[in-house]
Design a protein around this ligand. Structure first.
Ligand SMILES: [Zn+2]
Length: 333
């Protein structure tokens, strides 16, 4: 018996890939005042055989280079001749924000955070139009979507998935494999690529890994390796690539609490605290000192659980984000 060969070309934006081909180019989204075209880079890997379409989004927040590097690894490692179905990579979604190395597009103060405005609008603010152009292409072809995030310029986040409670989203979260034991509840997601996928009857998850304190020699590559391994495991799980998919064991579910700075000063994490290790309510996570070195506040675990995000930019202003804490509700199969 010979394997079925796909006859389907795949087009995203300006890019068309025939079965067995990798092609790259852009989704066009207008131009800037100086005439510079605004366009979203896209890589289309169309497998030789038919199957589902996995779509990976990076850098919807421009200060998060982990998604772009993950897409670079996947572009090198996924061979269209071995692939059943297709893989679409968007290394840099919010291009102006990435160019400015900021969370949002500095040219657009009205819809600065692109991860809050989906599905966008064809006649909206700058970022609304970018989101809309991307959304249309994505929902037309994608079956499974993975949004890659990190702690960006102010923090570090350890391996964490946000997923809704439906069976398809939980399956996709599980398919990220052995490095991804924490799956937190995305309650009524709204305004991001994951929520748009769900509204179109498709499946999407948001994954978090990396940030400011993990960009030294070897660190960013390690983070991107773990993210790329997750995406490869997803493709194995759905039969798109040969090989056995892995599963994390044990896996936990729960919900997050954001801890904000009660005072301004210098944020110093306790030297022996560790990401995703069990803590008891009241355990010390970090201290904040004033300019003279006097202790002004302590950050403690709000419940029994574990933290998965911690501030990595030590200068802190009252109300600044300091910690993402996970309250564990139980184990997953
Ligand atoms: Zn982000």
């Amino acid at each position: 018996m010979t394997a079925q060969i796909s006859k389907q070309t795949l087009t995203v934006g300006d890019v068309t890939a025939r079965p067995g081909e990798l092609a790259q180019g852009f989704i066009q989204a207008g131009e800037l005042a100086g005439g510079t075209p605004l366009r979203i880079p896209v890589i289309v890997i169309n497998g030789l055989r038919p199957g589902p379409c996995v779509w990976v989004n990076g850098a919807i927040h421009g200060d998060e280079p982990e998604g772009p590097l993950t897409c670079h690894l996947l572009r090198r490692e996924v061979d269209p001749a071995q692939l059943s179905g297709s893989l679409v990579l968007v290394p840099v979604l919010n291009v102006p924000a990435y160019e400015a190395a900021q969370r949002g597009n500095p040219l657009d103060t009205f819809s600065y955070d692109m991860n809050r405005i989906y599905p966008g609008k064809p006649d909206g603010y700058f970022s609304d139009r970018l989101a809309h152009a991307h959304m249309q292409q994505m929902v037309a072809v994608a079956d499974y979507e993975i949004s890659i995030h990190s702690g960006g310029s102010h923090s570090y986040l350890s391996e964490t998935i946000f997923a809704t409670q439906d069976a398809a989203s939980q399956e996709l979260a599980r398919a990220m494999g052995q490095d991804w034991p924490l799956v937190l509840k995305a309650i009524l997601p709204k305004g991001n690529p994951m929520s748009v996928m769900l509204e179109h009857g498709k499946t999407g998850i948001t994954v978090e890994l990396g940030g400011r304190s993990a960009t030294g020699p070897g660190d960013l590559l390690r983070v991107a390796r773990v993210l790329a391994n997750g995406a490869l495991n997803v493709m194995r799980h759905y039969g798109m690539l040969p090989g056995e998919a892995t599963t994390a064991s044990p896996r936990y579910t729960g919900h997050q609490i954001a801890l904000l700075a009660p005072v301004s000063g210098l944020f110093l994490a306790e030297p022996d605290v560790k990401f995703q290790q069990p803590m008891r309510k009241g355990d010390l996570i970090a201290r904040i000192y004033d300019v003279f070195g006097d202790l002004r506040a302590e950050l403690t675990a709000p419940e029994d659980g574990q933290f998965f995000g911690l501030r990595a930019l030590s200068n802190v202003t009252v109300g600044d984000w300091c910690c993402f804490y996970a309250v564990i509700e139980g184990e997953l199969e």
